[in-house]
Design a protein around this ligand. Structure first.
Ligand SMILES: [Zn+2]
Ligand SMILES: [Zn+2]
Length: 340
């Protein structure tokens, strides 16, 4: 029985599934079903023209797609069909940079979904520059910022989620909190929230493509060996200003923020931003998030440069935390239960 009718080899991309399970489903629909975790992989439930996988059938059945032994074949298939699956234009440029002040730039991935588009902060110091977060890693951020870099650069992932740590591998000096170093090192797509079964990386989130043939299905976290681990209390001295590392778990176990006590500026990653806060992701913990906010309430703040959305000041900073704590401390909420 042929699962995929017609043949990739023939160059036709207009294929229709013919197994009893998937009969009549278009290739695009089937692959998008796979991307959202609906299985089994069609390559594992029958013969497929041009793909040798028969000895893998039994092993693959029932596993998440990313763990399929035939996954390489699926990716190969995707390359072949990406013109059908993603007929959007390839962008002229993937990033845009705004200068906030003489020592600070904000870089954004302008063709990616704005609700999950991260703010990538480049801080220019006297002795050293810092890059806080690196985006999805689907285009070269290193090249994009090359003209702005004239000193040693430390690239930091505020945490391992794919919208922040995706491009970290490109940089020579790479830092993350120890709690997420292993996930970065091993390219842990689940911890980074970009495994296919989680369904957070979707084609519809890409208004234009970063490169020809890109599909959300191919997306994985680039593994990278951290060259430096950043822990609570570490100080990054840029010469003319210094940042203290704050370990602020809750959203994820290894969330860090950088705090400039002299200027009362906080580069907060996903710990605090002016939008829906995410505390029920894999790796999130509500009581821990509550404790983090109780700590942050005491921090003197002038400006927050967050991981998403717009910059805000002290009043909004306190308001966001007060609203969160009020909602999460209500009786019956997990935070309240956990606090006993
Ligand atoms: Zn996150
Ligand atoms: Zn994020």
């Amino acid at each position: 029985m042929s699962v995929w009718h017609s043949a990739v080899d023939g160059g036709s991309h207009q294929r229709v599934l013919t197994s009893s399970k998937y009969r009549g489903v278009s290739a695009a629909a089937a692959v998008s079903a796979l991307a959202t975790g609906l299985k089994p992989c069609p390559f594992c439930i029958g013969e497929t023209a041009g793909i040798r996988h028969s000895n893998l059938i039994r092993e693959c059945r029932g596993l998440p797609l990313s763990q399929h032994l035939c996954y390489k074949d699926v990716r190969w298939f995707h390359k072949k069909t990406s013109t059908v699956l993603n007929s959007k234009p390839v962008c002229d440029r993937w990033f845009a940079t705004r200068q906030i002040n003489p020592g600070l730039y904000c870089i954004g991935e302008i063709h990616y979904w704005e609700w999950n588009r991260a703010n990538l902060w480049l801080i220019k110091g006297q002795k050293q520059d810092l890059l806080i977060d690196t985006g999805l890693g689907v285009a070269s951020l290193r090249q994009h910022i090359a003209s702005l870099i004239d000193k040693p650069l430390l690239a930091i992932a505020s945490h391992v989620h794919f919208d922040h740590a995706g491009g970290l591998h490109e940089f020579d000096h790479r830092a993350i909190h120890p709690a997420e170093a292993k996930a970065l090192r091993s390219g842990d797509n689940h911890a980074a929230l970009c495994s296919h079964e989680l369904g957070f990386v979707l084609d519809e989130h890409f208004e234009q493509l970063p490169y020809e043939g890109f599909t959300a299905m191919q997306y994985t976290l680039h593994r990278a060996e951290p060259t430096q681990l950043l822990q609570e209390g570490d100080v990054l001295d840029l010469g003319d200003r210094a940042f203290e590392v704050l370990h602020l778990p809750g959203h994820s176990p290894g969330c860090i923020a950088l705090y400039d006590a002299k200027n009362q500026e906080l580069f907060s990653g996903d710990v605090i931003y002016d939008g829906e806060l995410l505390d029920q992701l894999p790796g999130s913990d509500i009581p821990t998030y509550i404790a983090t906010y109780e700590r942050l309430q005491k921090l003197p703040i002038d400006t927050v440069y967050p991981g998403h959305y717009h910059t805000f000041g002290c009043d909004r900073y306190q308001e966001i935390m007060a609203e969160y704590l009020e909602a999460r401390r209500q009786p019956g909420c997990p935070g309240e239960v956990a606090r006993g």
